[in-house]
Ligand binder design. Structure first.
Ligand code: HSE
Length: 303
């Protein structure tokens, strides 16, 4: 008998404007892994979105699985992992967070760690450095997270998001590390108070399903977008054109360079069709909110 663990991890968008390093939303674009035990480690990549060249030792799924197993005094046995992905790399759609979540799930399954949801999102957020993308990939839906001074992560999550989203994915990469370098080291007090009020309004609007207002505050970030705008191709033009076409709001997806618009489910398809000829070099598509988070199915086959 050969046992295969099929692991599916959604990608995600982070921030939604002022929810910087705190708000995440799982998107219906997936990283998939088929994991079987074998005598030596091996990865197969079957997607244009996954690198052709890599080593097992540097593979994020491998390093995370190993680290997580060690944390629980276990050792990951050698695996063959076949991966496919709908998540373009370095575009702000949570590809690295989804690989971290996948690594945690590999360790969880093959070492039978029986991790809880809370353990998974806490580990994923620590490894990623902030809870936004990682928590969304673990839980699905909308996640709002913050760390306490003792390092504990508090997370509120809901699957109840009655809005639609469209992404504008440009044909260029932007590394999160580069997009973080342009951020100020400090904010003035009055500025920070204003930025935080905008984030509060975004969060309250999302949780009360006042999506019109959520869209408005998506466009009023002061923590990162003013400093990143120059790194994002057609940032101002897309925001304006999307608004003219009925989007409630448009923000940088994570650290960019993808941007994401919030719409009603009724008008998202027409919106996407309208945008495509206006931004022909972009991959523009409607994305649904994933409500399941990381999923595992196990198959047994006779050899
Ligand atoms: N919150 C992060 C950022 C998301 O905006 O830099 C990307 O990791």
């Amino acid at each position: 008998m050969t046992k295969t663990w099929s692991i599916t991890v959604p990608g995600s968008t982070a921030n939604l404007g002022p929810g910087f390093d705190s708000i995440g939303l799982a998107l219906g674009l997936y990283l998939k892994l088929d994991v079987t035990l074998q005598d030596e480690w091996e990865f197969e990549h079957h997607s244009v979105h996954l690198p052709e060249k890599f080593t097992v030792e540097d593979h994020l799924v491998y390093t995370v699985a190993k680290e997580v197993a060690e944390r629980f005094n276990a050792e990951v046995p050698s695996c063959k992992i076949v991966m496919t992905s709908e998540l373009p790399l370095a575009r702000g759609l949570g590809s690295s967070a989804s690989a971290i979540v996948a690594g945690i799930e590999v360790a969880n399954q093959v070492c039978d760690l029986k991790l809880t949801l809370e353990q998974k999102y806490t580990l994923a957020s620590r490894i990623e450095g902030h809870p936004d993308n990682a928590s969304a990939s673990v839980c699905g839906g909308l996640t709002i997270g913050a760390s306490l001074p003792n390092g504990d992560l508090e997370l509120i999550h809901t699957q109840d998001v009655q809005a639609a989203f469209a992404v504008f994915i440009p044909n260029v990469e932007l590394k999160t590390s580069e997009a973080r370098k342009v951020l100020p080291a400090q904010y003035d007090k009055a500025y920070a108070v204003h930025a935080s009020a905008n984030a509060n309004m975004l969060t309250a609007a999302l949780l009360t399903k006042d999506y019109k207002r959520a869209g408005k505050f998506m466009e009023h970030d002061l923590f990162h977008e003013p400093f990143r705008a120059n790194l994002i191709p057609n940032y101002h033009e897309i925001r304006q054109t999307a608004k003219d076409a009925g989007a409630y709001g448009t923000a940088i997806s994570g650290a960019g360079p993808t941007v994401i618009s919030l719409l009603t489910p009724q008008n998202v398809t027409a919106f996407v069709e309208k945008m495509k000829p206006l931004f022909p070099t972009y991959d523009i598509k409607a994305v649904h909110v994933d409500t399941k988070g990381v999923q595992v199915t196990v198959h047994e086959t006779i050899k």
